[in-house]
Design a protein around this ligand. Sequence first.
Ligand code: NAD
Ligand code: MG
Length: 342
Amino acid sequence: MSTVTIAPIAESLPAFLDSYDFSAIAVIADNHTFRYCYPELKTILPKHTLVRIKAGEEQKHIATCELIWDALTRANFDRHALVLNLGGGVIGDMGGFCAATYKRGIAFAQIPTTLLAQVDASVGGKLGIDFRGYKNHIGVFQLPNTVLIDPVFLTTLPERELRSGFAEIIKHCLIADATMWDEIRRRDLDEQDWSTLVAHSVAVKQRVVAEDPTEKGLRKILNFGHTLGHAVETYFLTQPRKRLLHGEAIAVGMVAEAFMAFQKKMIDQDLLTQIEEYIFAVYGNVRLTDEDVEPVLALTLQDKKNRGKEVRMSLLDGPGSCAFDVHVTAAEMRRGLEFYRG
Ligand code: NAD
Ligand code: MG
């Protein structure tokens, strides 16, 4: 497991650098993290190469990797160099992938700056890029040398991005910690204590990943909300006016999949109502209509986690508890989506 440090970056980064002897350092940032987060690093870092790329998921492809590999090559980076990925999940996944493949792999550290990246993407060692429209189609498993989380970066994050990342916190509570679920649902988004929640989510994810690093079993519980959620996310990409952020789609998926668990008698009415009410309170603006259900359903059948035509899902089986590889039918998924819509 990589170490994860939650502390001011001015403390954690120098301490990390002191414990190694890197031959060179590159910082990879996007336009936003260059503006909002890089100033914090610039003053504390020794000589380094800055690689600045445009922001957004559209940049997460092979041509951007070439820019990064080019910059490392031009600066004569050898195998003892370090890459610092300063940004959200896009920078983390892509910068990590570039580091893990440059000269067969050099050191890299994740400095996640979005809530989603702090509680999810930076932990667990999944790296990669999109390819021909398929998300995370090309990639590797490789743990970073360290993850340095500074909650202060969240202060410049747009509220919609914060809300999106919060969905993964909700997920971590629902699948692993009933007490924390009771705790968060008493508060609105603006009343949450991010340092505590980030630390909690990281601990949940680390624990699960440590038991099953390559997703053969238990790690699948992290996909709760994601079978239907991913399909919703992909479907909305074709609806330009209604584009959803990842966490907004996962919020829909969690409600729909909670209903499926309820129908299968895996959770009781109480928990279903809690999930429905809280998610609607936080994400109430996300709507599904009648005509959305069938195309979303069709997309779930193409999920890369399926085996053949069978759909297996991670479904809650109690507060703070989740089962994986549960067989589900198209009819059950349809009822889940209809429950959300209704
Ligand atoms: P992102 O990296 O695109 O960041 C979202 C937006 O916030 C961008 O515009 C970015 O420039 C901006 N931003 C970042 N930090 C900021 C800050 N501190 N202040 C102001 N603006 C800031 O997206 P994301 O939501 O962080 O991550 C999504 C990506 O993560 C997807 O590509 C997804 O596939 C990946 N992901 C990976 C894993 C994994 O296990 N590796 C898990 C979940 C998601
Ligand atoms: Mg997710």
